[in-house]
Design a protein around this ligand. Structure first.
Ligand SMILES: *Cc1c(COP(=O)(O)O)cnc(C)c1O
Length: 469
């Protein structure tokens, strides 16, 4: 069978007592007909689901012996109502990122700039000229505007946008190297996260993986040997975004690989991962412009160092880009209007010299962060009830999102105790505040706070041990 049904193991020989108690569980239809549920104002399917869950809980409790009698109808109705209310709240809610990690994958990576958020709002709530050319009144190109901006910013000959960088890697390899041997350094056979591994994606694309060099050292001559032996007909460079090999290491850099690819007349592809524009703000990150100069096709994420929406961006020379763009896979991976609206606005920010929020956070000045943290401490300290302590503290930081591995982003935080109790209190607040515990204190790192976040944090703390929100 192509799927396995989930089986609930049945307890054999359930004792007669349990059976008797089970028969006393409230009946579904009577429960749902009760006034507190029928008149509660919540959608019927939600109440029905909650009632099923409440009865199942009670049944499991009786079977396991953790409950000694069936709930009365009134008790089951009260439990149903509580569950239905919990189910009715939205699940994807705004949180405050006080972790100090600007590209926190679990918290949605890049926050959008005001311009990008506004563009999304406008595209979302109404119609837009997604595939309509206003000059001619004819059908227009869906991704033409962002591609034009990308070409302007990077001087790439061609550009293409898909849903995320994982999709971009898949597209690049599937279209450009099926059946070819692709040489890649053993040090770059990485897992990017969520079971997305470079060797697997290469296998799926139909490319043949040709490993060269070793985990810690790969020389240009290793690539050259694979090409000369006829084992490989293309080169792939993958930016090892989320880890760093330190010590006795060597890697062939893009310029060297680019020279080699030109000499041997083979394509050089590059999964850049983060995609930093050359501003000098991101130490150690290869830039898009450099990658575009040396590689035939380069791909990277829209929501890492670029600071825009989730997207996969491909840039490169005219001929391979034209092949990519005419492939049917592009249609399957195409981004929606909200992504394109956000990406266009983000690229306009970069063009106009405005840093998107994540990029500004990553490059924030240490003294300014210290001052921001001092102000937060001064604001929180008077709100601390007895037993709670709030102090200024240094905070270890990182970029997150698989960007700038091995580069620490030391910052400043308000450090609170008791750590565990406050961590779960803040996490459970109406706008959850996510910090992290470090050496027995809850650190609220100010690097990632957005305007107004301090107000929420102060309001929350002032209610700790109080009546609650
Ligand atoms: C992050 C990353 C990816 C995946 O990008 P998504 O946009 O998250 O799909 C692929 N390759 C590298 C090198 C990365 O760093």
């Amino acid at each position: 069978m192509w799927y396995t049904a989930r089986e609930t193991p049945k307890k054999k020989g359930g004792c007669a007592v349990a059976k008797h108690k089970l028969s006393q569980l409230p009946k579904m239809d009577r429960l749902l007909a009760r006034e507190e549920l029928a008149g509660c104002g919540l959608p019927y399917p939600l109440v029905r689901r909650a009632a099923r869950q409440a009865l199942e809980e009670a049944r499991q409790g009786l079977l396991a012996g953790s409950r000694d009698r069936a709930p009365t109808e009134a008790e089951a109705a009260a439990r149903t109502l509580a569950l239905a209310q919990a189910l009715s709240r939205p699940g994807l809610v705004r949180v405050i990122n006080a972790t100090g990690v600007p590209l926190h994958t679990n918290l949605g990576r890049s926050p959008l700039s005001p311009r990008a958020a506004q563009a999304v709002q406008e595209a979302a709530a109404g119609y837009c000229c997604l595939e309509y050319d206003l000059a001619s009144g004819r059908r227009g190109s869906r991704t033409g505007r962002v591609e034009e901006l990308l070409r302007t910013l990077t001087e790439a000959e061609g550009a293409c946008v898909v849903n995320n960088n994982a999709a971009a890697v898949l597209l690049m390899l599937s279209v450009l190297t099926p059946g070819l041997g692709v040489a890649i350094s053993r040090g770059e056979l990485v897992e990017i996260g969520g079971a997305f591994r470079v060797p697997d994606i290469m296998a799926r694309s139909g490319a043949r993986l040709v490993e060269v060099g070793t985990t810690n050292k790969t020389r240009l001559s290793d690539y050259a040997a694979a090409l000369d032996a006829g084992a490989a007909q293309a080169l792939l460079k993958v930016h090892p975004s989320n880890f760093k090999v330190v010590g006795f290491t060597q890697a062939a850099e893009l310029p060297q690989l680019g020279e080699l690819a030109r000499q041997k007349n083979v394509p050089l592809l590059c999964d850049l991962g983060s995609g930093a524009l050359s501003t000098g703000r991101f130490p150690g990150e290869p830039t898009m412009e450099e990658a575009v100069h040396w590689a035939d096709v380069v791909c990277f994420s829209g929501d890492k160092l670029l600071g825009g929406p989730q997207a996969g961006i491909l840039l490169g020379r005219a001929a391979p880009m034209a092949r990519l763009k005419s492939d049917p896979l592009v249609r399957a991976l195409r981004p929606d209007k909200l992504t394109l609206a956000a990406l266009e606005a983000t690229l306009m920010d970069w063009r106009d010299g405005t840093l998107p929020p994540a990029a500004a956070m990553l490059g924030a000045d240490g003294d300014a962060l210290r001052q921001k943290a001092e102000e937060l401490v001064a604001r929180l300290d008077p709100l601390c009830p007895p037993g709670c302590v709030c102090q200024l503290a240094k905070s270890p930081g990182e970029a997150g999102g698989g960007s700038m591995p091995g580069i620490s982003l030391p910052g400043w935080a308000a450090a609170l105790t008791p750590a565990e109790e406050l961590e779960s209190f803040f996490r459970g607040w109406e706008i959850p505040v996510i910090g992290h515990i470090h050496k027995g204190r809850l650190l609220l790192d100010v690097r990632t706070l957005l305007p107004g976040d301090e107000d929420v944090i102060a309001a929350a703390l002032s209610r700790w041990k109080g009546e609650g929100p």
